[in-house]
Design a protein around this ligand. Structure first.
Ligand SMILES: Nc1ncnc2c1ncn2[C@@H]1O[C@H](COP(=O)(O)OP(=O)(O)OP(=O)(O)O)[C@@H](O)[C@H]1O
Ligand SMILES: [Mg+2]
Length: 361
C-alpha cells in the first residue's frame, strides 16, 4: 500500500496544504512546533478513526474555525482509495470513503493501513497493561473487522455486566448475570483467539528485529494469561472462572477476568524489560514490536502498510538509527525529525518535506 498524498484543511496549525509522498522514505522535517506530528497524526486518523493525541475530535479544528477536513489517497492491491474525514464544532465527524459517507466506523478499518510509532509508544513497554492491549487492539482492528466488532460488543456487554454487579439487588444479579455472561464469553473467545494468533506471529518477528537493531539482544513476548487453545476450551475456562469469581466481582463491583484484564509479558535477555532495560533498549524494543506489526500486515495482505515514525530516531545512537532506516528500506515510511544529519541519512534515498508554521516550504 502506498499513500499518495494528504490534504489538510483547517486541521490543527494547517490552513490548506497538500503533502505528496514518495514510495520510499519520506522525511518531514522542521523545527519544534511547526506541524510535523500534526501531519503524521492526520494520516493515522484516516486509518483508524482515532489519534492517541486527540481526546475530542474538535481539538483538531484550527483555532477559530468552524470545521476541518483531511483527505488522503492511497493505492493498494485492491486499487485506489480516497478516505476523507470532516470535523465540525457543532456536529459529529463525518467519514467518506471514495466520496460515499459511511455509517459505521468499522467500515473505515482496512482502507488505509498504517503502523504508527511516536515517543508515546514507549508506554507499550513502560506503562500499564492497557497500553499493551491497545497496541493489539489497534493493530488487529485494522486487519480484521470481525475483531473490531467483537471488541465493540465485548466492551458494551462488559459495561452492562459491571453496572449490574453494582446493583443493590442481589437476587437481580444472580438471576440475570448469566444472560450477560453468554454474550460476554462469545465475543471474548474471538478476542482471545485473535490476540493469541497475533502474539504467536509477532513474537518471532519482534525477536529478530530487536536482535538486528541491537547487537543480538533477546526480546521475548508472550501472553500472561493462558485460556486454552480451542474455542471450546476458552469457553469452558471463562464460564467456570466467571462463576467462581462472581462473589468477588459483586463485592468489587466489576468483572475481574477476561480480555479487558490481559497483558503481555515482555522480557529482554531473560529479565523483565520494564524494570531492567535502559531507555535506548526500551525504545528499540517498542520499535521492534511496531516493525513486527508491519510483517504481520504483510503476511495478511501481501503488501506493507505505511510506516509512520514520529520522532522515533532521537534517543537511538547513530548505529541503531541507521540499522532502523536500513530495515525499513523498500517500505513506504514517513519519518519526522528536526534535522537530517548526513551521518544518519547519508546513503539513503529519501524525499524531504520541510514544514514551517503549518506550511510546506
Ligand atoms: N487546533 C489547533 N489549531 C491551531 N494550532 C494548533 C491546533 N492544535 C495544535 N496546534 C499547534 O500545532 C503546533 C505544532 O504541533 P506539532 O505537534 O505538529 O509540532 P511538531 O512539528 O511535531 O513539533 P516537535 O518537533 O516539537 O514534535 C503547536 O504549536 C500547536 O500549538
Ligand atoms: Mg512532533
Amino acid at each position: 500500500m502506498k499513500v499518495k498524498n494528504l490534504h489538510l484543511k483547517n486541521y490543527r496549525n494547517y490552513i490548506d496544504e497538500t503533502f505528496t509522498y514518495g514510495d520510499g522514505l519520506n522525511i518531514v522535517c522542521g523545527k519544534n512546533a511547526q506541524g510535523k506530528t500534526n501531519s503524521a497524526e492526520a494520516i493515522f486518523m484516516l486509518c483508524t478513526g482515532y489519534s492517541p493525541r486527540v481526546k475530542k475530535d474538535k481539538q483538531v479544528i484550527r483555532y477559530g474555525e468552524e470545521s476541518a477536513q483531511i483527505v488522503a489517497e492511497a493505492e493498494s492491491n485492491y486499487g485506489l482509495v480516497k478516505v476523507e474525514m470532516r470535523f465540525y464544532q457543532s456536529a459529529r465527524k463525518k467519514i467518506l470513503i471514495n466520496e460515499v459517507p459511511i455509517a459505521k466506523i468499522g467500515e473505515l478499518m482496512g482502507n488505509i493501513n498504517s503502523v504508527f510509532f511516536n515517543p508515546n509508544e514507549l508506554k507499550l513497554i513502560q506503562e500499564s497493561p492497557e497500553d499493551r492491549r491497545r497496541f493489539m487492539d489497534v493493530s488487529l482492528s485494522q486487519m480484521n473487522k470481525r475483531y473490531f466488532y467483537a471488541l465493540k460488543t465485548y466492551n458494551e456487554v462488559l459495561s452492562h455486566r459491571n453496572s449490574l454487579l453494582k446493583s443493590e439487588d442481589r437476587n437481580l444479579i444472580i438471576d440475570t448475570i448469566r444472560l450477560w455472561d453468554e454474550q460476554l464469553i462469545e465475543s471474548a473467545i474471538t478476542i482471545i483467539t485473535e490476540r493469541n494468533n497475533f502474539i504467536s506471529k509477532l513474537a518471532p518477528y519482534a525477536k529478530a528485529s530487536h536482535a538486528e537493531l541491537s547487537d543480538g539482544e533477546i526480546l521475548t513476548v508472550e501472553p500472561i494469561k493462558e485460556y486454552g487453545t480451542t474455542r471450546d476450551e476458552i469457553r469452558e475456562f471463562l464460564k467456570r472462572s466467571l462463576i467462581e469469581r462472581l462473589e468477588r466481582d459483586i463485592i468489587l463491583g466489576y468483572t475481574t477476568i477476561g480480555p479487558h484484564r490481559d497483558d503481555l509479558k515482555i522480557t529482554l535477555n531473560g529479565e523483565d524489560i520494564k524494570v531492567y532495560a535502559s531507555q535506548g533498549q526500551q525504545r528499540t524494543a517498542a520499535l521492534s514490536l511496531k516493525l513486527s506489526e508491519l510483517e504481520i500486515f504483510k503476511d495478511r495482505f501481501s503488501e506493507y502498510p505505511l510506516l509512520i515514525l514520529d520522532d522515533a530516531l532521537s534517543e537511538l545512537d547513530i548505529t541503531r538509527q541507521r540499522r532502523l532506516l536500513k530495515k525499513v528500506e523498500g517500505i513506504q515510511t514517513i519519518v519526522t525529525c528536526t534535522n537530517t544529519p548526513s551521518e544518519v541519512f547519508g546513503g539513503f534515498d529519501y524525499k524531504k518535506i520541510l514544514v514551517e508554521g503549518g506550511k510546506i516550504i
